[in-house]
Ligand binder design. Structure first.
Ligand SMILES: [Zn+2]
Length: 140
């Protein structure tokens, strides 16, 4: 993106993020720039990050892009702020096929996300799989 300040042009952001199909392995600079912008947004304003994730999920039916969304930005948001966003994600998944699809690629363990919240995701998302061998214990 041309912007170097923190203002986000939402239309440009969505277009840039959609401009790359991960399978093609060609280009992708605009997509990755948009992904970086989303990561920064999640850090500074998590709720805006959540809204942007919802917008991206509603803007594509590409399984690969949705999987990338689930394994990247959505996983980061849910693991860093589980109490705030897992209930929202579980509710949204019941209505929004894109979020539901993305959540199938989101790997979370019970060290990051309390058991009761993982169960909410499992109930809301057929095919949601919690991270079985997380490796957290080794580091604790
Ligand atoms: Zn763990």
């Amino acid at each position: 993106m041309a912007n170097t300040d923190t203002d986000l042009n939402v239309a440009t952001f969505v277009t840039d993020w959609l401009s790359f199909e991960p399978a093609s392995r060609v280009g992708g600079e605009r997509h990755f720039a948009a992904s970086s912008q989303l990561a920064l947004q999640e850090f500074s304003e998590p709720f805006v990050g959540w809204l942007l994730i919802g917008l991206l999920a509603a803007s594509t039916s590409s399984p690969r892009l949705l999987a990338s969304l689930g394994a990247g930005p959505l996983e980061d948001l849910l693991s860093h702020h589980p109490h705030r966003f897992v209930p929202l994600a579980a509710s949204e998944a019941r209505l929004n096929a894109g979020i539901r699809s993305a959540l199938r690629s989101t790997l979370l363990c019970h060290h990051e996300v309390p058991e009761a919240l993982l169960e909410r995701l499992e109930a809301a998302v057929p095919g949601f799989v919690r991270l079985p061998e997380c490796g957290c214990e080794a580091g604790v």
